[in-house]
Write a protein that binds this ligand. Structure first.
Ligand code: COA
Length: 380
C-alpha cells in the first residue's frame, strides 16, 4: 500500500499483475418511456425551466408509470446486459437499489427469477446513490474469492415513488431507470478489469438525505401526523458540499492506487447528482469537461442506476472506446461514497433500452461552482 489517506486502498502497482480480477463483459440499461420536462414540473411546482437547467443541469427526466416497479426496470436492464455479454447464466446477482419493490423480501430474488436464473444467490445492496459501485465491489469480492465466476450487477431505482411531487428542493432532481453490468473472472491486467476501490461512509450525516418513516425507527404502524415522512428529505447544500469533497477524494485515491495521474484519465464517469457537482469534481481533479461524459440533462439523478446508465449511454454514443482509462465516482445517502477504475475493453456492445441520445451534453454547460475540496495529495 503506497497511500495512507482516508480512503486508503491496495495499490495496483504493488499487486501481482496476474491476480484474479472482475472483468466487465456486458452492459445494458433501460429507461421508462414517459418523459417529464421542467415545464411539466413548473405547472405544479414553484420553479422554472431556467432555474433547474442552470442550478442542476437537468432538462428532462424519465418517470415510471404506476404499474412499473424497480424490479420491472431491473429485469429489462439485466436482460440487456446478459445479451451484451452473450451469457445465459450467472453465478450470482446483486441489485443496488434504494427503492426496492417491498421492504421484505429483497427485490433481487424476483429479478433473478424473472431473468430465468432459478436458485441463483441474489440479494440487494443499499448504499443510496453509491449503491452501484458498492455492488460491483461486492461482486468483485465474490469473484476474487472464487465464490462466483460470473456475476450480474444491476442498479435500478423508482425514485418517483419516494419523492414528494410538491417539494421543489427534491422533485426536479430525481428520475427513474436501471443499468446493469456482467462481470466475470479475468486477470488484473486485462482490459475491462475493475481496479482498486476507494470507498467509505459517514453515518454522522444520516439525516442529510433520509426517508424518516417506514423503517424500524418509525414503523408504518406508528404514523406521524402527516404522510410527509414517507418521502425523501434532503439538506441540499450540505449534500452538495460533501458530495464534491468525498467524490473528489475517493476518485483521487482510486486513481492513485491504480497508478494514474490526471493525464492518464481519459474519461471521468461521475454520479449524475447535479451537473454542478460533476463539474466541481472534474475541476478538483483537473480533468477538462470534454473528458467528462454526462447524461443528467436527459435522465436526472437516478441514484444507484446512475453510473451504469451513464456507462451504457456514453459507450453507445462512442464517448467510451476501447483502451479509454475510466475513473468512476459516486456519492449518496448515508453518507456513502466509492470510486474505482477500469480500462475500457474491446468488443463490448452496450444495449441502451429506450435511449436517450446524449446530444453532446457535457457538464461544462452549467455554472461551475468552484467548491474548495482540499484534496489530500492531489493528482499529478
Ligand atoms: N426552483 C426555484 N428555486 C428554488 C428551487 C427550485 N426547484 N429549489 C430551491 N430554490 C430556491 C431556494 O428557495 C433559495 O431561495 P432563496 O435564496 O430565496 O432562499 C434559492 O433557490 C437557493 O437555494 P439553495 O438551496 O441554496 O440552492 P442550491 O444552488 O444549493 O441548489 C440543490 C439546491 C438541491 C439543487 C443543490 O443544493 C443540490 O443539488 N444539492 C445536492 C443534491 C443531490 O445531489 N442529492 C443527491 C445526492 S446523491
Amino acid at each position: 500500500m503506497t497511500y495512507e489517506g482516508p480512503n486508503a486502498v491496495p495499490s495496483r502497482r504493488n499487486s501481482p499483475s496476474s491476480r484474479v480480477a472482475a472483468r466487465l463483459i456486458g452492459l445494458g440499461s433501460w429507461l421508462p418511456s414517459r418523459v417529464v420536462t421542467n415545464a411539466d414540473l413548473s405547472l405544479t411546482l414553484d420553479t422554472s425551466d431556467e432555474w433547474i437547467r442552470t442550478r442542476i443541469g437537468i432538462a428532462t427526466r424519465r418517470m415510471a408509470d404506476r404499474d412499473t416497479a424497480t424490479s420491472d426496470m431491473a429485469v429489462e436492464a439485466g436482460s440487456l446486459a446478459m445479451k451484451s455479454a452473450e451469457v445465459a447464466h450467472v453465478d450470482a446477482m446483486v441489485l443496488a437499489t434504494a427503492t426496492p419493490d417491498h421492504t421484505v423480501p429483497s427485490t433481487a430474488p424476483v429479478v433473478a427469477h424473472r431473468l430465468g436464473l432459478p436458485c441463483v444467490p441474489a440479494f440487494d445492496v443499499g448504499a443510496g446513490c453509491s449503491g452501484f459501485l458498492y455492488a460491483t465491489t461486492v461482486a468483485a469480492g465474490l469473484i476474487h474469492s472464487a465464490t462466483a465466476r460470473t456475476v450480474l450487477v444491476i442498479g435500478a431505482e423508482t425514485m418517483s415513488a419516494i419523492i414528494n411531487p410538491t417539494d421543489r428542493t427534491t422533485a426536479p432532481i430525481f428520475g427513474d431507470g436501471a443499468g446493469a453490468v456482467v462481470l466475470t473472472a479475468g486477470r488484473a491486467e486485462d482490459a475491462g478489469a475493475l481496479g482498486p476501490v476507494a470507498w467509505g461512509s459517514d453515518g454522522e450525516h444520516t439525516d442529510a438525505i433520509c426517508i424518516p418513516d417506514g423503517g424500524s425507527r418509525r414503523p408504518p404502524a406508528r404514523p406521524t401526523a402527516d404522510d410527509n415522512g414517507r418521502y425523501v428529505h434532503m439538506q441540499g447544500s450540505e449534500v452538495f458540499r460533501h458530495a464534491v469533497r468525498r467524490m473528489s477524494q475517493a476518485a483521487k485515491d482510486a486513481a492513485s492506487a491504480t497508478g494514474w495521474g490526471t493525464d492518464d484519465i481519459d474519461r471521468l464517469i461521475v454520479h449524475q447528482a447535479n451537473a454542478r457537482i460533476g463539474a466541481a469534481v472534474a475541476d478538483a481533479l483537473g480533468i477538462p469537461p470534454e473528458r467528462v461524459p454526462s447524461n443528467i440533462a436527459h435522465v436526472a439523478n437516478t441514484s444507484a442506476a446512475s453510473i451504469p446508465l451513464l456507462l451504457t449511454h456514453a459507450a453507445a454514443e462512442g464517448q467510451l472506446t476501447a483502451g479509454n482509462r475510466v475513473l468512476m465516482a459516486c456519492f449518496g445517502a448515508g453518507f456513502t461514497w466509492a470510486a474505482s477504475t477500469l480500462t475500457w475493453p474491446e468488443n463490448l456492445k452496450p444495449f441502451a433500452g429506450n435511449g436517450p441520445a446524449l446530444s453532446g451534453d457535457r457538464q461544462g454547460h452549467v455554472d461551475r461552482p468552484g467548491v474548495s475540496t482540499d484534496l489530500e495529495g492531489g493528482l499529478s
